[in-house]
Design a protein around this ligand. Sequence first.
Ligand code: LLH
Ligand code: MG
Length: 382
Amino acid sequence: MKIIDVTVRTFRYVSKVGRDSEGHGHPAPPHEARQSLLTVATDEGVEGYSFGGLPQSVLEGLVKPLLLDQDPFYRERIWQALKERQRLNLGTLSDKILALVDCALWDLAGRALDQPVYKLLGAYRDCVPAYASTMCGDDLDGGLNTPEAYAEFALWCLERGYPAFKLHTWQPPIPGAPDARRDVAACAAVREAVGPDVPLMLDPYHYYGREASLYLGRELEKLGFLWMEEPMDEHSMSSYVWLADQLDLPICGPETVEGKMHARAEWITAGAADIVRGGVGDLGGITPLIKVAHLAEAFGMSMEVHGGGAVNLHVLCAMGMPGKYYERGLLHPFVDYEAPKPWLAEIEDPMDENGYVHVSQNPGLGWEISFDYVADNLIAVY
Ligand code: LLH
Ligand code: MG
């Protein structure tokens, strides 16, 4: 089998989530937004897909030349070749683009072999408990604007079936943010509302200094939190060693720092985190995320996967030392998370009333894509 084409189709849809000036998502009035579909086509008619865009110049100048005429089953070789090309193209060939290509190749393999990807990876389980992961705090009445609002929303999430709850608290440009004391007040309000036994996590502002992070950690210890993630810029690994050394509260990371499995190996050996973190988009695909899962396992550490979506779910279902939770969200009282995306037949992460998210048994990554929807809303194709 050979790859004969790689294309991107960009299409419009109506979104009810907007981005603030710092890039964080919040509820918004319905507005036009864009999505892209990457397709890898083969000479045998089998195709693989993934969602996300890349500029035409990168597709034609870097990605296509490496993929055309290759056997799509040589995922490792293709991923290594793309990774090597990053050295001289750091500004253009991002890990997100590596992830897009890698996911489409895994999807293609699954479709070609008529198996879901988590079974190709080596299945461990078919469903994973979810935690409710909130959007960042806001200043909307009835939204996530006060500690009490988080507490109310946590109760709603427990009622829906979520066994655990993670707060993303207030970040700039929300007035008054960041404020570590207000973050603690929200965490305390949620703990008070849900009682002592519900696992809780915090993901606060990502640029606190050492003192604020230590304060947060010590308060969360008193509140019996399960972990804290990314309170500081992850480029300063020594700040995390400093923090983790002083806390019993597990620190989960790194989430966004560059460096793929190499950065995770450094964090593990330095003692900068207690729980390893990474998601498909952060690391550059399923291929490197599985390497990190094995790395964590080899060090006897658990790994918590960052972000939701079908791709992360397939990896979670194939991890031998399982991450405890699937990150479901980002959730908000005003947003209907259960509505399927208009270009997909079904929601990617259906959750039952006991809080378990079930992986699709369809071949590949499981997406039933409405190509009619894509065609009817097409903006660009290249
Ligand atoms: O800053 C944000 O908008 C969120 O923290 C976001 O990055 C979220 O994906 C996350 O960190 N989840 O764990
Ligand atoms: Mg996070």
